[in-house]
Write a protein that binds this ligand. Structure first.
Ligand code: ZN
Length: 391
């Protein structure tokens, strides 16, 4: 028998699975690596078809989407929710890929480094290493380029030349699609400005600046302060910014006393936001970020209540840096993320100095090609220090 609780558990496992493999999960359309190159995959005599997650060559390695390994290798690919690991089974052998650690292992073998790439929130793994692990022969034909995997004991039908003439048309079509996508993706970069600990006396100034630049942001707010700045909070909604909860007390001994107290603080803040704006936001940022305090029991309760938890991946340090230092550190961190094709979620605080340097930060981001958007609960994607996909 399925209890409600069991169904919920299966639902979470399913969601996590979809998050990793589903091509529809394109929460943020990040740009492809500008120096990547299209490559085709042939298994024995068959050209493998891809939708919009086509394999590519980057820095001399051929990357294929993790979810396509089953098709390419004829393997079973299973996602292990607890370990955030993917197990690839074929011919009695198992290769385990630790997605968030960039490592792989198999029985009797130590964990080794595996350069994993994320594009459009999809996971890509180097093909040669995985294919050779399962004893496939890997042939590389440079002029298309094309990788041909050959299974042992397979009687090949086509020579290389025959392959090319057989699939010529299909290859041409894919090449054109790739070009179009690359052009489109260049325009598709997004960054998220987020402001914690408000609203404050600086909020209206921050909103003015955002309005001037026609950009959106996300505000994580403290419950008692929301009552003090109700007009500003309403204005956030009117101007299409996103709102989220950031606790009532902001005191770690109280917020993290136990999972129940955390839940109550977040629920109360959410209720207040709803009372004032009419918007029911599931989005939260926990005080001080999720590490180290948001251990499994805390995360479980948030996941059970369907909260969306955002940390950040760029820290402006605006609570302790000068304006110039804030700008410099944001620039540096954003450029680093851009190389790795990661969407920046930038932490600021709702304060005067931050407002003063904000125009320069927005101008920098726009010059780098970013569109600044508010968090969208319909397109929520994982940004948390625990890499917990439920949040
Ligand atoms: Zn805070």
């Amino acid at each position: 028998m399925f209890s409600v609780r069991n169904i919920a558990t299966y639902f979470f496992i399913l969601c996590s699975f979809l998050l990793l493999f589903n091509p529809l999960y394109t929460a943020v359309k990040a740009a492809s690596f500008s120096n990547s190159q299209l490559i085709f995959i042939v298994v024995n005599d068959e050209l493998i078809a891809f939708s919009d997650d086509h394999p590519f060559v980057l820095e001399g390695l051929t990357y294929v989407p993790l979810r396509s390994l089953s098709t390419i290798l004829g393997a079973d690919v299973m996602y292990d929710q607890n370990e955030h690991a993917v197990r690839v089974h074929k011919d009695g052998q198992v290769l385990t890929i630790h997605v968030f650690e960039n490592t792989y292992e198999s029985e009797g073998m130590e964990r080794k480094f595996l350069p994993i790439k994320m594009v459009d929130n999809r996971t890509y793994v180097p093909l040669r290493l995985v294919a050779e692990f399962f004893q496939l022969q890997v042939d590389f034909y440079e002029d298309i380029p094309l990788v041909r995997l050959i299974e042992r004991y397979n009687d090949l039908q086509y020579s290389y030349e025959e392959l090319l003439s057989q699939y010529k048309e299909q290859i041409e079509i894919e090449k054109q699609k790739w070009q179009v996508n690359k052009t489109l993706e260049k325009k598709g970069k997004t960054a998220y400005l987020t402001f914690d600990d408000g609203p404050t006396a600086s909020t209206s100034q921050i909103l003015d600046i955002l309005q001037n630049y026609h950009v959106q942001a996300t505000f994580f707010m403290i419950e008692p302060k929301i009552w003090n700045y109700q007009e500003e909070v309403k204005r956030m909604i009117a101007e299409n910014h996103a709102i989220g909860s950031h606790s009532v007390t902001h005191q770690k001994n109280i917020v993290y006393k136990n999972p129940k107290s955390l839940l109550e603080e977040m629920q109360k803040t959410r209720d207040t936001l709803y009372t004032i704006t009419g918007v029911d936001s599931r989005l939260i940022r926990v005080p001080y970020g999720s590490k180290p305090y948001l251990t499994a029991p805390f995360r479980n309760v948030l996941a059970e209540h369907h909260f969306q938890v955002w940390d950040w991946n760029v820290d402006s340090n605006d609570w302790r840096f000068t304006k110039e230092e804030i700008l410099n550190t944001v620039k540096k961190q954003v450029k680093k993320l851009n190389e790795k094709n990661i969407t920046p979620v930038i932490l600021f605080h709702d304060r005067k100095e931050t407002a003063e340097i904000l125009p320069a930060i927005i101008e920098f981001l726009q010059a780098e090609g970013y569109e600044l958007k508010a968090h969208d609960s319909e397109q929520h994607f994982m940004v948390n220090f625990w890499n917990d996909e439920r949040l």
